[in-house]
Design a protein around this ligand. Structure first.
Ligand SMILES: [Mg+2]
Length: 228
């Protein structure tokens, strides 16, 4: 094999976060008695949430602020009244139970397990990500999971990668490590900055409108094997 270590992003690379988010959000609306056009409500939430995560990646807002602010802003924008702290709690309590795999995840990890160390490097909330990994059934395949909240740095910050390498006691050359992820701005940019190869998982064949260049791109997880 060309690589000695594989670093995977979790959400929307191995786990179907979009589906988890969708179902969790529906539960939060129901619990907080919020009614209205579901599609426009979730789109509004996603826009606000994505913007806040982008600001977090740039170091503008903290994760603690983001957790509540996304619901506060959502209520404000949609002129709804509910308690954003309660919504945040409901969301974080239900999210770990809503776990779905991306097509091909289980086959891929089964075929790579014990052949090469499989590491997850994820931007997220520690307790949520560990619970989700546990509920996904993927835990036996994963040698180590690094969560941004626990290490103090988020992708694309090189320090989350340095922290990962230190945890793994990696003294190998960087060309033996591959990062696989769906986000150019975090997974691929982070890999480029630390100087390791990267695989952009791009199932929807989105055009790359950034100046961030992955080493290679795949549309299906099963296609990763041919690059290893
Ligand atoms: Mg992702």
């Amino acid at each position: 094999m060309k690589y000695d270590f594989l670093l995977f992003d979790a959400d929307d690379t191995l786990l179907d976060f979009k589906k988890s988010e969708d179902i969790s959000f529906q539960i939060v609306l129901k619990k907080n008695r919020i009614t209205g056009d579901y599609n426009s409500l979730i789109e509004s939430y996603k826009t606000i949430n994505n913007l806040l995560w982008a600001q977090h990646a740039l170091g503008i807002v903290s994760k603690d602020f983001l957790k509540i602010e996304r619901f506060r802003k959502f209520l404000e924008v949609n002129s709804l009244s509910a308690d954003p702290v309660m919504m945040c709690d409901d969301y974080l309590n239900t999210l770990p139970d809503q776990v779905f795999l991306i097509e091909g995840t289980l086959d891929l990890l089964t075929s790579l397990h014990k052949k090469i160390p499989l590491i997850i490097v994820t931007n997220g909330i520690g307790v949520v990500q560990h619970q989700r990994l546990h509920n996904s059934g993927l835990k036996p395949f994963i040698d180590l999971m690094i969560v941004s909240e626990e290490c103090g740095y988020s992708k694309p910050d090189v320090r989350i990668f340095q922290h990962t390498f230190n945890s793994l006691k990696i003294s190998h050359e960087k060309n033996k490590i591959l990062m696989i992820g769906d986000k150019l701005e975090t997974d691929i940019l982070g890999a480029n900055r630390i100087g390791i190869d990267s695989c952009w998982f791009n199932p929807d064949k989105n055009p790359n409108t950034t100046k961030i260049t992955p080493t290679f791109e795949i549309q299906n997880l099963k296609d990763l094997i041919i690059h290893l």
